[in-house]
Write a protein that binds this ligand. Structure first.
Ligand SMILES: *[C@@H]1O[C@H](CO)[C@@H](O)[C@H](O)[C@H]1NC(C)=O
Ligand SMILES: *[C@@H]1O[C@H](CO)[C@@H](O)[C@H](O)[C@H]1NC(C)=O
Ligand SMILES: *[C@@H]1O[C@H](CO)[C@@H](O)[C@H](O)[C@H]1NC(C)=O
Ligand SMILES: *[C@@H]1O[C@H](CO)[C@@H](O)[C@H](O)[C@H]1NC(C)=O
Ligand SMILES: *[C@@H]1O[C@H](CO)[C@@H](O)[C@H](O)[C@H]1NC(C)=O
Ligand SMILES: *[C@@H]1O[C@H](CO)[C@@H](O)[C@H](O)[C@H]1NC(C)=O
Length: 490
């Protein structure tokens, strides 16, 4: 009988001590085994915990029903693929905000359709995502907001709070704009602006940053934090706050300085000290609020830390921020060009990353906290795509990307193994089985590439067959062996 068969299957998977999903190396998360910070390290009940992470921001949407544009087959396939490489941490969105009008460059459908109004089926997607992660030994960073337009984010809260004022969007990817392929709904698209005039990123950031001072926008953002932290998972029956699968609540993706007063340091990245920046009190009161709701879990800010030493220390020094974060974006920050095939171009990127990691490791030590490199990426060898129909074809090789990944990942690992503050790395972003060549825009306008909807799909994607995933896998294995040998010593 079917029931007996099911029971036998269930028993044998318990006996094996791992989930019945094939081929992965991680043990299921014990929902009571919360990660904690010990000095410059993370620990679970067994000892040192190193984060072999990946960004997988669309998890809740992929886990949603097909009628909402989800694809559970793809989700479980990709989670298995990542687990097989020893990935034990995913940074995912636990928020996305809708609008009265649809934009082509925002996660769609959104979790929060209007203040106080949730898409419950999509929320259940987040439940499924967490349950499936837990089975495969993956913990989550839950990102609660966004400086950028691709999930609605701060700008949407500000717009709602100002009577739906138009958001001054910067150029964003429009997948239905020309050039289009002959088969409908297969892309390509271009950077355009939907429904409004093109604004600069500066204008957009200033608008989004009103979240730091607009009381109503902040209240609705805090209401979301309350709603998601107090949720009970409909799959596991656990309260989110009682589930160790959730390692971290993160204030937002890449909150920016509110009152930059000029640059200093390399590449015009680092900001001069401005103690009056409203970013700081916002981090303090928001992190304190999360702590009051979720005392067993960790809190991070989501800062890129391209703002340099002063902002890094000021943002991360609050007692309610458990560890620091860094993001490292050599192309976006003007240090690397993806159509430059030269060794010198690559070396410049590697040198910058090593210096940025070494310096931020020291800044973190100065304030006595660990630091997690939770975003970095590099394009494929796109000089090979220069004269092709699309500049981000997956057929391009990845020689620069692989060399860069080796450098970044091994630098973080060696800082972890010596006396640095790094506790893990998390590349941007897992595209898994998706490819630009075979993409199909769904009825919600989405393709769910690793690149978010406001950027060209395929730019930073990590595919299941990419060498980068083997680099991630080898690093995971190396750290696992190292922890088994030295992990009890600290
Ligand atoms: C779901 O994803 C799988 C790949 O895992 C793909 O073969 C299938 O076509 C997708 N289904 C839809 C409806 O897109
Ligand atoms: C909000 O916008 C609507 C429609 O544009 C307008 O009728 C209304 O007066 C506005 N309310 C406020 C408080 O500005
Ligand atoms: C996106 O492209 C479609 C198709 O060209 C167009 O209808 C829409 O207005 C575009 N959005 C823009 C230009 O921002
Ligand atoms: C961090 O906070 C501690 C304790 O409040 C304080 O003594 C220290 O000066 C702060 N460091 C920085 C860089 O702000
Ligand atoms: C790292 O720190 C050194 C010494 O302070 C400085 O010269 C260099 O510009 C810094 N580089 C980065 C990328 O932070
Ligand atoms: C420990 O850290 C200090 C300061 O960052 C550095 O100078 C020293 O070389 C490090 N020692 C080891 C063994 O890594």
């Amino acid at each position: 009988m079917a029931t007996t068969k099911l029971l036998v299957l269930a028993l044998s998977s318990i006996a094996l001590g791992t989930s019945i999903h094939t081929g992965h190396k991680n043990h299921a998360i014990d929902p009571n085994d919360f990660i904690h910070v010990d000095g410059l390290r993370l620990k679970d009940s067994k000892g040192l915990h190193y984060l072999t992470g990946l960004n997988y921001w669309a998890c809740m949407n992929l886990a949603a029903p097909a009628s909402l544009g989800g694809n559970i087959t793809r989700l479980t396939t990709e989670l298995d693929q990542m687990a097989a490489k020893g990935v034990n941490h995913l940074r995912i969105m636990a928020s996305s905000e809708g609008a009265p009008t649809r934009q082509p460059f925002r996660m769609n459908p959104a979790l929060l359709e209007a203040p106080g109004r949730y898409n419950e089926e999509l929320f259940q997607g987040l439940d499924i995502c967490l349950a499936e992660m837990g089975k495969r030994g993956m913990r989550a960073t839950m990102t609660l907001g966004n400086q950028w337009q691709w999930s609605g984010g701060f700008a949407q809260f500000v717009s709602w709070a100002q009577n739906n004022t138009a958001i001054p969007y910067p150029e964003s990817w429009n997948i239905t704009a020309p050039p289009q392929r002959t088969t409908p709904n297969t892309g390509w698209g271009a950077y355009t602006v939907q429904g409004v005039d093109a604004h600069s990123y500066g204008d957009f950031i200033d608008f989004s940053n009103l979240i730091y001072s607009n009381k109503q926008a902040e209240q609705w953002y805090k209401d979301h934090i309350a709603a998601v932290t107090s949720r009970r998972n409909t799959v596991t029956g656990r309260l989110y706050t009682e589930d160790a699968t959730i390692m971290t609540w993160q204030l937002a993706n890449e909150p920016q300085a509110q009152a930059a007063i000029g640059y200093e340091g390399p590449y015009n990245l680092y900001l001069k000290a401005n103690p009056a920046d409203l970013l700081f009190p916002w981090v303090e009161r928001t992190s304190a609020y999360i702590r009051s709701l979720a005392p067993k879990q960790l809190i991070s800010v989501g800062l890129e830390s391209k703002q340099g030493e002063y902002y890094f220390k000021k943002v991360h020094n609050f007692t309610t921020v458990d560890y620091a974060t860094t993001h490292c974006w050599v192309q976006n920050w003007g240090i690397y060009q993806m159509d430059d095939s030269s060794e010198a171009g690559l070396k410049k990127a590697q040198d910058f990353a090593v210096a940025f990691l070494t310096n931020s490791s020291r800044w973190a030590r100065d304030i006595g906290k660990p630091v997690f490199l939770e975003e970095f990426g590099m394009a494929r060898d796109n000089w090979l795509n220069k004269d092709k129909e699309y500049p981000y074809l997956s057929s391009a090789t990845t020689t620069h990307k692989d060399a860069y990944f080796e450098t970044v990942i091994s630098t973080a690992v060696s800082l972890f193994q010596t006396n640095g503050s790094y506790i893990g790395t998390s590349p941007w972003a897992y595209g898994g089985v998706w490819r630009p060549e075979s993409q199909h825009v769904n009825e919600f306008g989405m393709v769910w590439a690793g690149d978010p909807p406001h950027e060209s799909p395929g730019w930073y994607d990590l595919y299941d067959t990419d060498e980068a995933m083997n680099i991630v896998g080898r690093q995971a294995e190396k750290v696992r062996r190292w922890i088994a040998r030295y992990g009890g010593r600290e």
